[in-house]
Ligand binder design. Sequence first.
Ligand code: HEM
Length: 243
Amino acid sequence: MDIVYKTLGLPAELLSKVPGIGPIVKACCTSVGQKILMAITGLSLVGFLVVHLGGNFNLFAGEAAFNGYAEKLHSLGPLLAIAETKLFAIFALHLGLALSTRAMSARARKSGYEKTESKQSGFLIPNGGAANMMFITGLILGGYVVLHVLDMKINIWKFDAGESKYALVRMVLRDPLHWGVYLVALIALGIHLSHGISSAFQTLGISHPRWNKILRFLSVALAWLIAGGFMSLLVWAYAFEAR
Ligand code: HEM
């Protein structure tokens, strides 16, 4: 197991020796630094999801509207490529941090260190509900994103949608196996965000004893609004005839 911890820590170990960025990397390697980075990357991903959901709502407006939106997006060319590279880097960092904090806590447990992390440590504390499902729901989402990009950007299953992105989305979502997998992933998304968003706010110091209950409620509401918004597209795929 030690070899796994060492391999996971190698990039950070090397970067921490680079003059200039070394101290920053070292700060980010502490458990507090990692939590802050997880919060920032997590909230950035929530931002992406809100924009992505907004774009996907063009599906309700019919084929011409959605394909027009997709074309506009692709006409950004290199700008889109840069944005997507950044997005995947943020995904990778968020996942890498989850694995590394998990490895750190496993190592701490092995050496008999008593954990004192706060409830905001997410998947580490058995405080019930979504908090201790962060890791498993995160893994489901990681697998889902790979499948989803292969579906929508590469059309790996060769759905016969011609040049129409609208037809492709519809065919993917009307395929029963895809429909089921997407539903499971979107439930995992709701659970993950319902703890993740409020946890990120707490980590970043956005909390106050008077407002914590309402902040938590708003975070859970936002989480299920996002997940529910995507789920409405699963309903759309079956419920309405193509326009
Ligand atoms: C029913 C729900 C969803 C639909 C219909 C949908 C639709 C799409 C489509 C059409 C694309 C391709 C865009 C392009 O041509 O460039 C795409 C890309 C992508 N989607 Fe989704 N999406 C859904 C849910 C999600 C969720 C829940 C996530 C994340 C957890 C996600 C993450 C991504 C990512 C990372 C990309 C590639 C980056 C991009 O091109 O924007 N999607 N999605």
